[in-house]
Design a protein around this ligand. Sequence first.
Ligand SMILES: [Fe+2]
Length: 372
Amino acid sequence: MFRIPTRIQFGRGVALTLAEPLRQVGAKKVLVVTDLGVMKAGLVAPLEEKLREAKIPYEIYDQVMPDPGVAEVQRAYERAKEVGADSFVAVGGGSSIDTAKMAAVLLANGGTVLDYVGIDKVPKMAAPVVAIPTTAGTGAEITINSVIADPDQHKKLVIISPNATALFALEDPELTTGLPPFLTAITGMDTLVHAIESFTSKNAYRMTEVLALEAIRDAAWALPRAVKDGTDIDAREAMMRAVVAASLAFSNTRLGNVHAMALPLGGWCHVAHGTAVAALLPHVMDFNRSAAPDRYATVGETMGAKKDATAAVEHIFRLNETIGIPAHLGPVGMEEALIPNMATDAMLSGNILVNPRTTAQPDIEALYKAAL
Ligand SMILES: [Fe+2]
């Protein structure tokens, strides 16, 4: 089965059409969910103008924090109830979009985030969300996954359901041109990791493979250019195209060891998701390549390296260096003493099961050590 629950609009300027999807769903009151950085960058004001022109009443909730937790989602949901919102516009990165997706789930279903953790636990379709990403990106605007922190358990909770998605995604590369180089690098690497893990997943099939390869091809040339010059709109557009293709692919395959390991790194050590996946990727590829040498050779060739699995691994090490990703995670917060706890949590991830090479807990511990 190939699922795409979200209606996707792509192109320069499409963010400004946000009133159309809201009209389609008969929105009477909208909560705009965003963060202060995005507000300060001036990305929300032009959207507000379009809402006013369309006479769609709205309120702004700009208190989204990075790594939103169960309590933060609850706060956004309560704000939505307070102002009588029946729909959401999310403007920002994965944190704002996931907050809005889950607040919309609560608006339609009641309860708390904890009620919906796992696969297909959301009974009713979430309230309408129009997601407008300002990074390229996590793909949160398209995927059926949301990641919400549970600080009490040092966990990142994953909610996977076609009912917990944004109904509309407006993929506008012009909103990403102001993103600083390091954020461009780590969010872009998340996309490349999604594509590579989907392509090499045990669940991959022809339809997901073509999408994943296109994402790898675009991200490989466009990411270094977007990091070097944020205003390079062709590179920004290619990165956003890569996000769409990679998200469609991995929503239908799941991921692999990199993502199984990255969530505990966020939960226990607060390493940013993009930094974690980027630094882990070459180590996991090196571990996996014996199980799927042809797959990784194709990955290498698609990135413009030699058609060889080892060349693919080396290419990623070099790419990370070029775009300023730290080679080691110790200096950015990973603690060696927590490796056993993180490995235990990583082994519970469904992504381990679809990783191309069968993986046991000592393998995961060794991979964490390699990236330390
Ligand atoms: Fe990711």
